[in-house]
Design a protein around this ligand. Sequence first.
Ligand code: NAP
Length: 481
Amino acid sequence: MTPKVVIIGAGMSGLCMAAKLQDAGIDSFTIFEKADEVGGTWRDNTYPGLTCDVPSRYYSYSFRPNPHWSHLLPPGPEIQAYFRQVADERDIRRHIRFGVNVTRAEYDDGKWRLTTADGEETFDVLVTATGVLRVPRYPDIPGRDTFAGPAFHSSRWDHAVSLPDKRIGVIGTGSTGVQITAELGGKVRALKVFQRTAQWIYPFPNPRYSALARRALSRWSALNGLPYRFWGLFVRKFIGRAPIRPGWQRRLIQAQCRWNLRLSVRDPELRAKLTPTYQPMCKRQVMAGHFYRSVQKPGVEIITDSIDHIEPRGIVTADGALHELDLLVYATGFDARAYVRPLEVIGQGGLTLDEAWVDGPMAYRSVAVPGFPNLFMLMGPHSPIGNQSLIPVAEDQADYVVWWINQLCDGVVRAAAPTEAATKEYNERMKTAMPQTIWVTGCSSWYLGKDGLPELFPWTPETHRELLRQPVLGDFDVRTA
Ligand code: NAP
């Protein structure tokens, strides 16, 4: 039998899933995408300074190198162009139904029945590729709706608003707020950055690739494998290894962050404001070459007094000062627990995903959930995220899903879902590995779940690949043909 597969989302992981299915000779898939273009987070985020802080050569599908990256760290618009190109080249668009929002998915009689505004349709396998940080989080600050000027979340940037003549307030100094500040500092009338918690900044340089290098990689495509492997090793063995266990990688990155601050910010008062009280990498590590340079430009101010309320003219801080603004940007992050939702997913016996995840999202090896047969997730709970490249992670997960779909194709398996016991054991094992991670060393971050433990993968990307290399059949309830 050729199973009908539905993928929800045409972002990085949805396109990856589609490409892997094509490579396995499976063409019977449909992608529902609520927007009118592919790209997911790279389509939605267009803020000034948007850059991926993972080296471009490794922020690419292994099966589709891009010799044309302009910089070591890829600018957002180039990434979006890359995903559009992959969708075009592989003719994935003909599988995509754009502008279709799936509101409900119910497992019924061995099939997944999906509800959209167009009606209902059934599929054999449901793959969610709905991303991790997708639902904007707005701060709960009194008077938020009273601000008289334009105000928007960083992921909903309104490019109709001109910037140079504005006094701009940016709330938040995570990776996004730092990139916006680094880009706008000195280029606008005034930039007031409202910092609740200081961030460590890793000084990642971002040189341009020479035209010669780009031409060489275009001409001899086999050469692309070298930088992919080199940057892969750098990300996996150095940047990615440091947070998960103590060692020289952690010590070196922490020292680089501390030296970066000491050498870049000479004014003791400003340096004190920018000095965090927790260890580097405890929060998601910010990588930025020119943030400190930017905050020392004329017209840029770091405000550390807490925000009391927002009023029509601007932001009033706890010391009673009114910071007058013309534009307000919320770089306040995302709901990191919104995996798959608000889509309503109903599994066997009427169990909903909300019920299954009442204590927080959890899965079997990030990709499957007990009670939800033939449902697979890409970038699901506890996927290796942090400062990793998410593309190889999505590839490992998509390969795993293809393995199961091949079993359905062969007619051996009708349905599979992980057992409660295997899922519980896996999650317990992860918990025991958490104490050696840097994420538990005393800071607040979106990494931490309800129980205060990180909702991240506490092992190496190599372990992630190994865990997904071959399904352990004993961990699944399998219904055979
Ligand atoms: P974030 O890391 O969650 O940071 C949100 C910021 O808003 C924090 O500084 C937070 O302060 C502040 N904030 C939240 N509520 C506030 C309030 N009520 N009052 C004052 N400040 C408030 O969000 P993000 O910067 O958008 O980044 C989210 C994630 O997206 C990153 O961690 C990263 O995984 C990803 N990202 C990646 C890249 C990349 O280059 N690869 C770029 C951008 C984003 P506290 O620290 O005190 O909570």
